[in-house]
Design a protein. Sequence first.
Length: 202
Amino acid sequence: MIEEKKNLLKNITESFLTKGFYKTTMDEIASDLRVSKKTIYKFFPTKENLIYLIIHSIVFTIRREFRNILNQDKSSVEKMLLISNFFVAMASRVNFNTLLEIKKLGPQFWEKIEKLRAREIFANFGRLIEQGQKEGYVVNVPKELILQIYIAAIQAVINPDFIVKNAFTTRQAGEMTIEIIFNGVLTEEGKVLYEKLKAEKI
């Protein structure tokens, strides 16, 4: 039963991220997945409960991938690039209208996303900054300052209001933001390595 619930949640997550949370009905989900609505409601009593679980599922996936990268025997710059590429890829999977829906129709869910996103950045990028400063790749300023700038930039740019006003895709906005941040926090030696890794398309 646990495996069935996991598979359902995975498939429903993909459907919601591409089609939107509030415009997708349970009837459509049941039809797409070829299961009964009764089966869906057995595991997910309400749509709100389902959205809550989807958010936690996405955060768990991000956390797991971040920690896998952090535990690799690589330079801080390579890890930062891998994590940023993963984050941008995840963000670009989400239909823009889905983000807009969550923010406008489910502000409590958007607030939760913001808090979880900030917590993960603090927990994971903090370690990377410390490693980078020891390697001489990251500028020697308090890591808390770098983290706050990174979080503020991500929250401001990977944001429906910003994207709709500036006609960027989520991927474009994320990639340009990361480029600006990296060029600001890396030393000259770190920038050389960063450009080399980008050219190799790690």
